[in-house]
Design a protein around this ligand. Structure first.
Ligand code: PLP
Length: 453
């Protein structure tokens, strides 16, 4: 599929971002030139996926496409039971409701927005056990998604194993900049957890990208296929939640996969309340077919090489241009270090939110904030959380843009960096209660514009 990209004028973009409350989520896509808001559901489907869409079996129950999807999930991810959901957060909701009792702790390798909100709504509390290196944008540790075993031990000792609902482990870690976890680390975490009878659930949203980094960087894995590495990753966990809108190359869909028979039965019962029957979970038959094909395509080495290679291409251009970015370059995007980019803007004025708005005004490139706005308020104290990382994510959809689009993006970021003093901080004018970054509205702290001209 080829889409027309529309260029806009400076004046149009200034008006658009102001009307959108300086939140890139509230821009109409027709006013976006290069859309790097997210890699979620924005990838291009292949000829084989589109052919699969024509084979939708839209029976209410027992669709043929469900069985294809079940076969693909069992083969590539290795879990026994598949419970389809409309997207990743549908799976997170069911898992959290079933496995978290009020007052329990959920340790994990850095929070993710939707994952954490579902854990909290179920009465749990997320505790970060990622290694310290992950909080330092300049640290070049090859596996910044690793868990700190001493932090894990401390959490177990402090709360006791029975107050830990499960471990919530992500591969790769989105909020740290798309950083991978090594399999030697995951194996050690598994051993610890088994000793204490604690289950591990994987956020497998980008586990194939994680497998690619393991193959590239971890001793002993160079000769293995992505398929084998993915299977091994999942084998250290009891189940996973999945947003298939990322690795699996579809526009919509997700799943919960579980090994335990009884838990799977409970999840199948719960999915009919919130998502749909357990053989479609909110998806059309054709969507499940596209996902089954997408899963198979996602583990192809040439695909992943091209995908991550394109992200690295953009990253290296920015580094050459002197723009501060999170290093090493992650799997699904480039993360601009907004604190270093805008030292003249105080953190309370949402540096990353201001930078993403200014980038749109400069060139029509749409990015997103991953900093204090995304982190929200502390569940217990109600105070703004200021995470160590204040980032703007330039997320690359799979199989969509060319290197020329990456060049335009890099040029705009370098230009903005050179003129960074003209970027103005923001203040809230509307703050939603949950996942505020999606729908919040802002205004510049002085004047009308985020980018002074
Ligand atoms: C996107 C995402 C989710 C949530 O999935 P949705 O399909 O958007 O509901 C969960 N975890 C990670 C790491 C994600 O990137």
């Amino acid at each position: 599929m080829v889409e027309h990209l529309r260029m806009t004028t400076d004046v149009e973009r200034e008006q658009a971002i102001s009307a959108a409350g300086f939140n890139t989520f509230l821009l109409p896509s027709r006013l976006v030139y290069i859309d790097l808001l997210t890699d979620s559901g924005t990838s291009a489907m292949s000829d084989r996926q589109w052919a699969g869409m024509m084979l939708g079996d839209e029976a209410y129950a027992g669709s043929e496409n469900f069985y294809h999807l079940e076969t693909a999930v069992r083969r590539y991810y290795g879990y026994a039971h598949l419970i389809p959901t409309h997207q990743g957060r549908g799976a997170e909701h069911i898992l959290s409701q079933l496995c978290i009792k009020p007052g329990q702790i959920v340790p994990g390798n850095m929070y993710f927005t939707t994952t954490k909100v579902h854990q909290e709504l179920a009465g749990g509390r997320f505790v970060d056990i990622i290694i310290d290196e992950a909080h330092d944008p300049d640290n070049e540790h090859p596996f910044k998604g690793n868990c700190d075993l001493a932090k894990l031990d401390r959490v177990i000792k402090e709360h006791g194993a029975d107050r830990i609902a499960y471990l919530s482990i992500a591969a790769t870690v989105n909020m740290a900049g798309g950083q991978p976890i090594s399999l030697s680390n995951l194996r050690e975490v598994r051993e610890r957890c088994q000793r204490h009878g604690i289950r591990i659930f994987l956020d497998a949203t980008r586990a194939v990208e994680n497998a690619y980094f393991v193959k590239e960087r971890e001793p002993g894995y160079a000769a293995m296929t992505l398929e084998e590495i993915l299977r091994e990753t999942c084998s250290y966990t009891d189940g996973c939640t999945m947003s298939a809108k990322k690795d699996s190359l579809v526009n919509i869909g997700g799943f919960l996969a579980i090994n335990d028979d009884e838990l799977a039965e409970q999840a199948r019962n719960m999915v009919v309340i919130y998502e749909g029957l357990h053989t479609y979970g909110g998806m059309a038959g054709r969507d499940m077919e596209a996902m089954a094909v997408g899963i198979e395509e996602s583990v192809q080495l040439d695909h992943m090489h091209a995908r991550i290679g394109q992200v690295e291409y953009l990253g290296h251009k920015l580094i050459e241009g002197g723009v501060p970015v999170v290093k090493p370059i992650g799997g699904h995007g480039i993360f601009l270090n907004a604190s270093r980019f805008l030292p003249h803007v105080p953190r309370e004025q949402f540096q990353a939110q201001a930078l993403s708005a200014a980038l749109y005004v400069d060139s029509g490139v749409r990015a997103m904030e991953r900093g204090a706005v995304s982190a929200g308020r502390d569940h217990e104290t109600g105070k703004n959380v200021f995470p160590s990382l204040e980032l703007v994510r330039l997320t690359i959809p799979r199989r969509v843009y060319t290197q020329a689009h990456m060049d335009v993006t890099a040029e705009s970021c370098v230009n903005l960096y050179e003129n960074r003093k003209s970027i103005v901080g923001l203040k809230f004018t509307h703050e939603p209660k949950y996942l505020r970054f999606f729908q919040a509205r802002f205004a510049p702290v002085e004047g009308e514009q985020v980018l002074r001209t």
